[in-house]
Design a binder for this molecule. Structure first.
Ligand SMILES: Cc1ncc(COP(=O)(O)O)c(C=O)c1O
Length: 349
């Protein structure tokens, strides 16, 4: 791997007391191009812009996929990644769905480790803060034809971040728009999925909600995801989460919560759940808790759920909350505050 270090570090601009999510980028980035049907030598170089022709196919046909994961610093200044192999695999599932070349796992893993090591001063010190890592893959061929590009760029940039959501979320169950349909690209982290979600989300925000709960495109009766998070419902003492499918992103946090719940002896069901069932459980006093989960927010409590005749407010369960318990357990593993029985941590520094 070629490494060119910056001569002008911007680290003094990094103030851990004020780090809005995704605004500031670390000193370096990883770049690896695909051309002549082969991945070229990866390179780490100073973070910065590059030239792209206006005819580059990503701007027209949207071959763009991405990932999101974080680096965490422990009390002794060691730095860890959390299940990065899962992100490497998912990037390639996304790439395959968008007819893009598969990236060798070694380029992903070695690239991330070397980049985070080089920019380790950018990994925040405070518990709960972290260095957000954004790998992405885009089509770069200069041609206006709706066909797969022959050239691509894989790039990784990093951004120090604090909390994603400051307070519990008010969400609305979507009854008109969809983020994904069967046979579509919902399971892929395709940039276009996020573009398509912006308009319905903006409408929901205008109505006073924080996020949309996506429902199945065919009937809008079954819940699927909460914004850019997977979603869990606690009915009595059982956690229910919709099964991963071709419409739902197979989240690393979701997978981790499922494994932790099993270990803790918490009943967990991966099955379809309808808004009618949620309404009935609420009427019967069995709907105790709803939360979203994802890398950015870890676990985000949902305090109000509206739409389709629902007007549900959920009190904070405090120490009784499964969401809080799962959040604590995941953070403890991520920040090396607890044993790592599943082997999820990868030490970088
Ligand atoms: C649509 C969607 N669902 C769920 C998730 C949560 O996935 P993960 O836990 O891997 O971050 C994300 C975030 O990546 C997402 O964009």
């Amino acid at each position: 791997m070629k490494i060119t270090k910056t001569q002008h570090s911007r680290i003094t601009a990094f103030d851990e007391d004020s780090i809005p999510f995704g605004h500031l980028f670390s000193d370096h980035m990883l770049v690896c191009d695909y051309a002549s049907e082969a991945w070229q030598r990866p390179e780490i170089k100073p973070y910065g812009s590059w030239y792209m022709a206006p005819s580059s196919s990503v701007f027209h046909y949207g071959q763009a996929v991405f990932e999101g994961l974080k680096a965490y610093r422990d009390a002794r200044d060691s730095i860890f990644l959390f299940r990065p192999d899962e992100n490497a695999k998912r990037l390639n599932r996304s790439a395959e769905r968008l007819q893009m070349p598969v990236l060798p796992t070694e380029i992903f893993m070695e690239g991330l480790k070397t980049l985070v090591k080089l920019d380790s001063d950018w990994v925040p010190r405070r518990f709960g803060h972290s260095l957000y890592i954004r790998p992405f893959l885009i089509a770069t061929q200069e041609e206006l034809r709706a066909k797969p590009s022959k050239t691509y760029r894989f790039c990784v940039v990093c951004s120090p971040v604090g909390a994603y959501y400051e307070k519990p979320l008010k969400v609305v169950i979507e009854q008109k728009y969809s983020r994904a349909a069967s046979g579509g690209t919902g399971y892929a982290k395709a940039a276009g999925n996020y573009a398509g979600a912006l308009y319905p989300t903006a409408l929901a925000i205008k109505e006073g909600y924080d996020q949309v709960v996506w429902t199945d495109a065919a009937s809008h009766g079954y819940v699927e995801e909460a914004g850019t998070m997977n979603v869990f419902f606690r009915l009595g003492d059982t956690l229910v989460t919709p099964p991963a499918s071709d419409r739902i992103l197979d989240g690393v946090t979701r997978k981790s919560i499922i494994a932790l719940a099993e270990r803790e002896g918490i009943q967990l069901e991966q099955r379809l759940i309808s808004s009618d069932e949620i309404a009935a459980a609420h009427r019967e006093g069995r709907l105790r808790e709803v939360f979203g989960c994802g890398t950015a927010a870890v676990v985000s409590p949902i305090s109000a759920l509206h739409g389709k005749g629902l007007d549900i407010r959920l009190p904070d369960l405090g120490r009784q909350s499964y969401g809080k318990c799962m959040k604590e357990k995941i953070l403890d593993i991520q920040y090396n505050r607890a044993a790592d029985p599943f082997g999820w941590r990868l030490r970088v520094v």
